[in-house]
Write a protein that binds this ligand. Structure first.
Ligand code: SF4
Ligand code: SF4
Length: 420
């Protein structure tokens, strides 16, 4: 049921407020603002005691659960008759309400995922509760975790629901331009620092194309630092990979630092013309704003050159021969290099990529070497037990034509000309 309020007339309240004591945080003003912070905190403590989203349900007088968010639903599903204090606001805590709840039940469990945030604050109030003595510190809960922990009274007994499903790890799409790049990189055996994007998935077997991923924009800085350390020890060259969107968001300053401090790392910008992983958002390199208006489009090559990088190459990652030879060439050079691996995301509508006819494996030509399986492309699978006279093969590859987009990468990888 939705009840409608009377619409309020819009009053434009925008304008400049000149209040330097509020907006300029030099020490003198910060000291004044600290008083405001304390007053606001006290006002919040008063507010939270009557906040309607902190809900108390008194059922069983024996057992009560204090919780917040999703664990409430899990607990309620398993123990509908317990009493509950469901917190809709967890900071500051409603101390009076919690004391009231504690006076209504004999035993209290605090059900919260990961760290004991509520539990520690409630224990600090002098209220006896049971929390991480029996609930796990790790991962998300589900009704099974809560049930087992409470009934067996030990967190070692906690278990998750085991659905009878095959594991389905995420993967790069068929026709993804990143696949060819990472396949070529693996052949070079370089240490690759990754970043945040679809391409992070290439860390998995069999591609194993990147070896670290810390946070957004970190790959270039990590590659720079490691390459400095490795050079001193006479070890190999280091690679950093980063998407076009991430590079423009938080990679430019690290590349400037790399050019300024001249490390030997090779940086590869995976330019797929969009922000694919999070839903195809525009960015300064696409030529459009997030509102869909035409915008100034950053020229990546000019930008990189203006930062002080002299070795810049642009490649098509679907061309394996070129990709491998350019990577090899740049890895052999001293000083920083950048390769722009340019090909739009296969799902990017504006790029209008039309799938080509699906490829097929010729069972007479396939030698069962499994090189194509190394691409980890979803349509390619293995059929065991299909042998051939005069060959050591133990099976053959198979391409599911309903999934293949005909990008041609696997045909380039097969040395026996079995894919066409
Ligand atoms: S790379 Fe070629 S020969 Fe090797 S398994 Fe695949 S199709 Fe068969
Ligand atoms: S052509 Fe080969 S690599 Fe490309 S999508 Fe089809 S199976 Fe995958």
């Amino acid at each position: 049921m939705v009840s409608l309020a009377t619409p309020e007339e819009y009053k434009d309240k925008t304008g400049f407020v000149y209040d330097v004591e509020k907006y300029v945080m030099v020490p003198h003003c910060a000291r004044l603002r600290r008083v405001e912070v304390e007053q606001r905190q006290q006002a919040l403590k008063d507010f939270v005691e009557t906040f309607p989203e902190n809900k108390m349900e008194i059922n069983s007088p024996d057992i009560g659960i204090i919780t917040a968010g999703m664990p409430y639903n899990y607990a309620k599903e398993i123990f509908p008759d317990y009493s509950y204090l469901k917190l809709g606001m967890v900071y500051p805590l409603p101390e009076k309400l919690i004391r009231n709840f504690a006076s209504n039940v004999k035993k209290i469990y605090v059900v919260e995922e990961l760290d004991p945030f509520l539990e520690e604050q409630i224990k600090a109030m002098g209220i006896k509760v049971i929390g991480k003595e029996i609930f796990p510190f790790t991962n998300e809960f589900d009704p099974g975790v809560i049930k087992n922990s409470i009934q067996k009274n030990t967190k070692e007994a906690a278990s998750t629901y085991q659905e009878n499903l095959s594991p389905r790890p995420p993967n790069l799409c068929p026709g993804c331009p990143h696949r060819g790049l990472f396949y070529a990189l693996k052949k070079q055996k370089a240490f690759v620092h990754g970043d945040i994007g679809c391409y992070t998935l290439s860390y998995m077997k069999p591609l194993e194309g990147l070896h670290s991923c810390i946070c957004m924009g970190a790959s270039i800085g990590m590659a720079h630092g490691m390459s400095k350390a490795m050079k001193e020890k006479g070890k190999g060259k280091v690679v950093g990979v980063i998407g076009d969107s991430t590079f423009l968001h938080s990679g430019i300053t690290s590349l400037l630092n790399m050019a300024y401090n001249q490390s030997d790392a090779l940086i590869i910008i995976l330019d797929n013309s969009t922000t694919a992983m999070t839903g195809m958002q525009e960015h300064p390199g696409t030529g459009y704003t997030l509102m869909g208006k035409e915008a100034k489009k950053v020229n990546l090559k000019n930008l990189i050159s203006s930062l002080g990088i002299e070795n810049i190459k642009i490649i098509d990652p679907f061309n394996q021969k070129e990709t491998r030879s350019v990577i090899k060439e740049e890895l052999a050079k001293d000083g920083p290099s950048v390769i722009i691996s340019q090909s739009p995301c296969v799902l990017f509508k504006r790029a209008n990529i039309k799938p080509k006819p699906a490829l097929k494996v010729d069972p007479d030509k396939c030698e069962g070497c499994k090189a194509c399986l190394g691409l980890n492309c979803p349509p390619i699978s293995w059929k065991k037990g299909i042998t051939k006279e005069g060959s050591k093969r133990k099976g053959i590859s198979f391409i599911d034509e309903t999934l293949c987009n005909g990008c041609g990468l696997c045909a380039q990888v097969c040395k026996f000309g079995a894919i066409s």
